[in-house]
Design a protein around this ligand. Structure first.
Ligand SMILES: [Zn+2]
Ligand SMILES: [Zn+2]
Length: 137
């Protein structure tokens, strides 16, 4: 496959990323949080990172609960407020991260990547539009 933007020959599974302005081999998705592409070269680093992140967040949650139980957090009101806010945000992040890990595990099982899912979703939307406009019998 020839990429006209990079003016170079790239692998079939590569995709040109507009945000990074370069091609990524085995393109999975562009991660806005990491501001980088996730492809075959760093997919497992990415997956390990989101798993590690989950572990860290759970540790934070456990440490906070212990702090409440043994009363070290209770000494100062601002500390209690801060920790409660952090714990709440942490809980939301745990939810999102678990969903993300779950999705990636599911995709690993089926041997597909994020980009395949995106393409599939896009196709579904196009199909729906075709059905609506009556072009598809
Ligand atoms: Zn390119
Ligand atoms: Zn990218």
């Amino acid at each position: 496959m020839f990429c006209t933007v990079c003016s170079a020959y790239v692998n079939e599974d590569a995709k040109h990323c507009g945000a990074c302005n370069r091609c990524a081999g085995g393109f999975d998705h562009h991660c806005n949080w990491l501001n980088n592409c996730i492809g075959e070269a760093n997919y497992w680093d990415f997956y390990n990172l989101i798993c590690l992140y989950l572990v860290f967040m759970i540790v934070f949650q456990v440490v906070s609960i212990i702090g409440f139980i043994d009363g070290t957090i209770m000494e100062k009101t601002w500390m209690v407020v801060m920790v409660v806010i952090f714990m709440f945000m942490n809980l939301v992040a745990i939810g999102f991260d678990s969903e993300l890990i779950h999705l990636h595990r599911w995709m690993q099982e089926y041997g597909i990547g994020t980009f395949d899912v995106v393409l599939f979703e896009r196709e579904k939307v196009e199909m729906k539009m075709l059905v609506k406009s009556g072009q598809k019998a």
